[in-house]
Design a protein around this ligand. Structure first.
Ligand code: ATP
Ligand code: MG
Ligand code: K
Length: 710
């Protein structure tokens, strides 16, 4: 079974694999450790990763990037709209309200969902891992930003399914970094806690987490983030600055030209990197547009001045993490920074001043997320034995369940709501709520913070029922809500509870049972205090079933200790027998692919991958013909010389020349089969020559051996 970690960045992706000796970052086909997150659609095939990035300049409208920004978001999402302004490809609103990406593929106009494109990237990364491990890769762990919503998380899982991957966990990127940091430390304190802040400023966003380390464990104390603050924002500032300048100086409007935009953006990114190490930097682009060469220049001071609005925002997430962790700045013992944009000197300065200490870079800033994911995968996988290390992850949002009902105070039916997973809740977790209902009823799962989710706060709706209920009576239905290892919330199950009082002989058993953590046995729900309240709120607040989730996911039990039940509610004097019946739950997610469409997407990906493979093989076969031509010609003039007659040789050389010409003309763009038969044709002539040569040289060896024997 494979143990692999993927970091899919908005700009670059990294693949790490676990081997017997440890975790390695593996190389892609182009021998690079980083693979650009780009899919470029072509006339005959797709180009993904490094090959995709190489095609971007020549084929900008079909080179899809920024995929991490597009998945799981409504087309109308203002952040998405803002992102779309700087991409060269066309995106429209699909019938379901989600973005559709347009590209020319195989000579036709096609549309793809963002999830599909992410599936393509995953399938490329999967291939990279498979080549290196020389085995099929299915189980993996994928890094995601902590701020990913339920829908974004589901999109990542769908994309993984499209690629044939099975993520054991979607793992918060900063937690992955914290794991990669802590698991190798042999000097973690037994009792005290070492508090480390991890700051990751990547291509499009900034994430902070503060983790408390002790021997054998880490606990996330706080997560914070800015979804829209990353390296590309600095590129954009430089881009706007020079675009305005060139308008005046060269009378060109770069913004009107997709290719010029791409080239200026790329140049600005380079410039930004140069400014990280130098006080000033030049910008020269030949023939940017309208055949004009442009020149520019900027000092670091000026760059910092024009970036002030972005720089101002760096402090926000730092302060938030500190406040949420409930720590004074002096109690953060170390600050580790990772992510490409954390190299910008002005950003470094702000962070250093904020924490009042030197920043540390002991982590490999580009590879730590992938490595942490591979480590997490190894921990979860039964195939690997990993040093005992607990990861106590914290959920970054607050989730509520809402329903129509009457409360104890208010007897009219209104929308009721209770927080099931408060911000900072342990991942994974269960909560149980008991409803008193006479028939099928709906509930909704929502984020409590409407302002952050701008009208997209609703996650899912579920219909619970039908169930048997005596006339005029209300049945007791226990609803289990689950926050799974990926940080996805769902209504897991519903159970009809019917109590019957029975006589139980007094033995030691109940006491023994009370110690078991199987809360199902003891989910003793007090009858509603007020006859009118139809939901037992106590349950939702105080009782969590953390029973099996960890085991199901293969996580060591200790890593996900459930919230404990109050012991005093466990021992009952007259034992009641509870009859439990499963109640159907139909959950509908607000957005995302239906099972049916996901299956279609899986098939579609299979087809496209097949097409890519055919094209790759065609290229290989064509190369084989070409290589044969060169190799045979050389040999005919050299070691095969004595094994062909002069006319035979002349004729073969002529044939080889014809084939070479054909490869550049009519045969430039042929099918795999044509190249295969062309090679066979040549071999029909060449093989006998090669035979004669081989026979001769083998005879030579025999003679030599004989000589030795004598
Ligand atoms: P994300 O984590 O946001 O999804 P990512 O993981 O692909 O994206 P990184 O590879 O961490 O992002 O960072 C890429 C960003 O870092 C780019 O904007 C790049 O220009 C910037 N960057 C890289 N090196 C430097 C440098 N020396 N100085 C300034 N910026 C840099
Ligand atoms: Mg990153
Ligand atoms: K393991």
């Amino acid at each position: 079974m494979s143990v692999v970690g993927f970091d899919f960045g908005n700009e670059n992706c990294i693949v790490a694999v676990a081997r017997q000796r440890g975790i390695d970052v593996v190389l892609n086909d182009e021998s690079k450790r980083e693979t650009p997150a780009i899919v470029c659609f072509g006339e005959k095939q797709r180009f993904i990763g490094t090959a995709g990035a190489a095609s971007t300049m020549t084929n900008p409208k079909n080179a899809i990037s920024q995929v991490k920004r597009l998945i799981g978001r409504k087309f109308s999402d203002p952040e998405l709209q803002k992102d779309l302004r700087s991409v060269p490809f066309l995106v429209t609103e699909g019938p379901d309200g989600f973005p559709l990406i347009h590209a020319r593929y195989l000579g036709e106009s096609k549309t793809f969902t963002a999830t599909q494109v992410l599936g393509m990237l995953f399938s490329n990364l999967k291939g990279i891992a498979e080549k290196n491990l020389n085995a099929a890769v299915v189980d993996c762990c994928i890094g995601i930003p902590v701020y990913f919503t339920d829908l974004e998380r589901r999109s990542v899982l769908d994309a993984a399914t499209i690629a044939g991957l099975h993520p054991l966990r979607l793992f918060h990127e900063t937690t992955a970094t914290a794991l990669a940091y802590g698991i190798y430390k042999t000097d973690l304190p037994e009792n005290d806690q070492l508090n480390v802040a991890f700051v990751d400023i990547g291509h499009s966003s900034m994430q902070v987490c503060i983790a408390g380390f002790k021997k054998g464990q880490l606990k996330i104390l706080a997560h914070s983030y800015d979804r829209n603050l990353g390296g590309r924002d600095f590129d954009e500032v430089l881009f706007q600055h020079f675009a305005a300048k060139f308008k005046v100086e060269y009378k060109i409007d770069v913004i009107q030209n997709a290719r010029a935009c791409l080239r200026l953006r790329a140049a600005c990114e380079k410039l930004k990197k140069v400014l990280s190490a130098n006080p000033e930097a030049p910008l020269n682009i030949e023939c940017l547009m309208e055949e004009k060469d442009v020149r520019g220049f900027i000092k670091r001071d000026e760059f910092e001045e024009i970036s002030a609005p972005i720089l101002e925002r760096v402090k926000g997430p730092l302060a938030k993490a500190l406040a949420d962790a409930g720590l004074a700045v002096d109690n953060v013992h170390m600050v580790e920074v990772v992510g490409g944009a954390s190299r910008i000197p002005a950003v470094v300065k702000i962070m250093t001043e904020f924490f009042g200490k030197e920043l540390r870079r002991t982590m490999n800033a580009t590879e730590c997320v992938a490595k942490g994911c591979a480590l997490q995968c190894a921990i979860l996988s039964p195939t690997f034995k990993v040093r005992e290390f607990q990861v106590n992850e914290s959920f970054p949002f607050s989730i509520a369940l809402t329903w129509e009902g009457a409360s104890a105070e208010n007897q009219n039916t209104t929308e009721q709501s209770t927080v099931v997973f408060p911000k900072g809740n342990l991942i994974p977790s269960f909560k149980a709520l008991t409803f008193y209902r006479s028939g099928t009823f709906p509930v909704d799962v929502k984020y409590t913070d409407d302002s952050e989710f701008q009208g997209a706060a609703k996650i899912s709706s579920a219909t619970i029922g039908p169930f048997q209920c005596a006339k005029g009576d209300r049945a007791k239905v226990k609803v289990k809500v689950r926050l799974n290892l990926h940080g996805i919330v769902s209504i897991e199950s519903a159970t009809l509870l019917e109590e019957e009082e029975i006589e139980v002989p007094v033995t030691n058993e109940p006491a023994k049972e009370a110690n078991k953590m199987d809360t199902d046995e003891h989910a003793e729900v007090a009858p509603p205090t007020s006859g009118e309240a139809d939901v037992n709120m106590q349950d939702a607040k105080g009782i969590a079933d953390g029973d099996t989730s960890g085991v199901e996911n293969g996580l060591s039990e200790s890593a996900d200790k459930p919230v404990q039940m109050e012991t005093d509610s466990k021992v009952e004097a007259p034992k009641r027998k509870v009859k439990k019946t499963n109640v159907p739950v139909v959950e509908s997610i607000h957005g995302g692919l239906s099972r049916e469409n996901l299956q279609k997407a899986v098939e579609k990906e299979f087809e496209m991958a097949l097409q890519d493979r055919i094209m790759e093989e065609t290229k290989d076969k064509k190369n084989a013909v070409e290589a044969y031509v060169y190799d045979m010609r050389n040999k005919l003039y050299d070691k095969y010389q004595e094994f062909v007659t002069e006319p035979e040789k002349d004729q073969f050389i002529a044939t080889l020349q014809q084939v070479e010409d054909w490869l550049y003309e009519d045969g430039e763009d042929e099918t795999k089969g044509v190249y295969i038969s062309k090679l066979e044709e040549l071999k029909k002539v060449g093989d006998p020559i090669e035979e004669r040569y081989k026979e001769h040289s083998e005879r030579g060896t025999v003679i030599n051996q004989l000589v030795y024997c004598i």
